[in-house]
Design a protein around this ligand. Structure first.
Ligand SMILES: NC(=O)c1ccc[n+]([C@@H]2O[C@H](COP(=O)([O-])OP(=O)(O)OC[C@H]3O[C@@H](n4cnc5c(N)ncnc54)[C@H](O)[C@@H]3O)[C@@H](O)[C@H]2O)c1
Length: 466
């Protein structure tokens, strides 16, 4: 066994034995490269899903972190030791590193001693589909008139169009901040696994125009267990958009295969499993279902398409990917309608609301399209989800939320599995069948065993399953 392999084995053993994070365990192991690590003062702008995980993980790596957000309520919660979002492991990490973390609404406070400013603000689409960078410019504005003597670099973690780096460089120069370097460090995290993917990423991508900035961001990641790829800024910006577009493409591809399976009698589950065994293709993102959602895939695939359109290139492949995804929830409603005749005054149970399991995030969740379509058809919606925070807006204000899946299904004419929550596998389906008015289940995530469900007395419909 090589020395490197032996060290990795020792770290894993320590993780298993102590429950420590991999990084913490790694630092404790003799001979760890973390020992010559230099702590930095990092200001993270934006305490949302990305900023909080970034800040907590940098603190875990040993840096002194100050998180700044414009929402006073978020900062108040964080100062009180509460975590405003659900992300596995995040609360523990914030608590374990509280001596290295502080929170503020005041930009000047955040920047005063910072050596690095990380930009983790939201970049939603504008009416034209371009990314709205107003919050990014607001961060740069907040550096003006503040002492930035120690500030060595501004680092972009927010997802931005290719070319943003050049614009930020010009804005920094105009603001008298020519001494501040710039780097792109896009985030490839997966919500629900964000802490783990930060500390043990497939790769850390760093785009920089100068060696100092690249070296600084590389050094900040000392203790992270993954390869670092340094490249030009525009390349790093494109890697982020292209990666998400390719993942979205895999999902829409398997959903198209599922539709053809439905028409021909093949079973997409068996097909996808065997496709995924091909090492050239891999098993990931080949789950047929209601399509992708969340804050990234829909937004980033549209942003890449708009970016291409702005250059005069119609990105037809991506347009098809997006269209397939928009159709998936609508096809589900049509299939339900085929079974029930009409959805008017039908009671429909939605099992799961978040865009995927393991998160409370409802952004662009397929459930919202499903529920809106059901409302438009005159159905009565009853839903269950362990974590979802849908906000006070339609269609959710017209839906009745229940504490358990069986309660949501009581008296229902049909139930739809919307999110692949593992709890749904543990449901007493015999009790659910007796509680329902009509035992029809549409499994939008192919989560349940069709044979067992049929044996229990359900009419079972999956996606791409005979
Ligand atoms: N959520 C993901 O899974 C994910 C993954 C990869 C990349 N990204 C990208 O990361 C960025 C952030 O995403 P998110 O999901 O964390 O968004 P979010 O909406 O959860 O968080 C953004 C935070 O920034 C704050 N903010 C806005 N303007 C600010 C300012 N001037 N100063 C300080 N804070 C400010 C907001 O109040 C909010 O709390 C986006 O560009 C997104 O595309 C997100």
């Amino acid at each position: 066994m090589t020395a490197d392999k032996a060290r990795k084995k020792a770290i894993r053993a320590r993780v298993a034995a102590t429950g420590d994070s991999y990084t913490r365990a790694r630092r404790k192991i003799a001979g760890s490269p973390g020992r010559d690590f230099q702590p930095r003062r990092v200001a993270v702008f934006g305490a949302g899903y990305i900023g909080l995980v970034t800040g907590a993980c940098f603190a875990e790596l040993g840096h002194q972190v100050i998180l700044r957000d414009v929402q006073p309520e978020k900062i108040r919660m964080l100062q009180a030791g509460e975590v405003p979002i659900f992300e596995p492991g995040l609360g523990d990490l914030l608590a374990a590193n509280k001596d290295r973390l502080s929170f503020t609404v005041d930009a000047a406070d955040a920047v005063r001693d910072a050596e690095v400013v990380y930009v983790c603000v939201d970049t939603p689409p504008t009416a034209s589909g371009d990314a709205d960078l107003s919050r990014v410019w607001a961060v740069i504005d907040s550096l003006k008139g503040v002492s930035t003597d120690r500030l060595a670099a501004l680092v972009m973690k927010s997802t931005v169009p290719v070319g943003t780096g050049e614009r930020v460089r010009a804005a920094l120069d105009d603001a008298g901040l020519a001494h501040v370097g710039y780097a792109a460090n896009p985030e490839f995290t997966s919500e629900g696994r964000a802490v783990r993917t930060f500390l043990r990423p497939d790769r850390v991508v760093i785009g920089a125009a100068d060696e100092e900035s690249a070296g600084l961001v590389t050094a900040l990641h000392g203790g992270v267990d993954g390869p670092v790829e340094v490249m030009r800024i525009a390349d790093a910006e494109m890697v982020k958009l292209a990666s998400n577009a390719l993942l979205a493409t895999k999902i829409s591809f398997i959903n198209e295969i599922a539709t053809v399976c439905e028409a021909t009698g093949a079973d997409v589950e068996a097909v996808a499993k065997a496709i995924g065994m091909d090492s050239r293709l891999g098993p990931h993102f080949l789950r047929a279902g209601l399509g992708y959602g969340g804050s990234c895939f829909p937004k980033d695939s549209r942003a890449l398409r708009v970016m291409a359109s702005n250059t005069g290139h119609p990105f037809q492949l991506l347009s098809a990917v997006i269209e397939v995804n928009e159709l998936q929830p609508r096809r589900a409603i049509q299939r339900l309608k085929n079974e029930l005749g009409t959805l008017k005054r039908r009671r429909i149970a939605l099992l799961g609301m978040t865009f995927k399991a393991g998160t409370d995030d409802m952004r662009e969740a397929p459930s919202t399209v499903v529920a809106s379509r059901l409302l438009a058809e005159g159905a009565d919606i009853h839903c269950w989800d362990p974590l979802a925070r849908p906000g006070e807006a339609e269609p959710w204000t017209s839906a009745t939320r229940h504490a358990s899946p069986v309660q949501a299904m009581t008296g229902a004419d049909a139930a739809m599995v919307i999110t692949e929550w593992p709890q749904l596998r543990q449901v007493d389906w015999t009790a659910a069948r007796h509680a329902m008015r009509n035992p029809l289940i549409f499994d939008g995530r192919n989560l349940l065993d069709p044979k067992k469900m049929r044996a229990t007395g359900f009419t079972y419909i999956g996606v791409g399953r005979p």
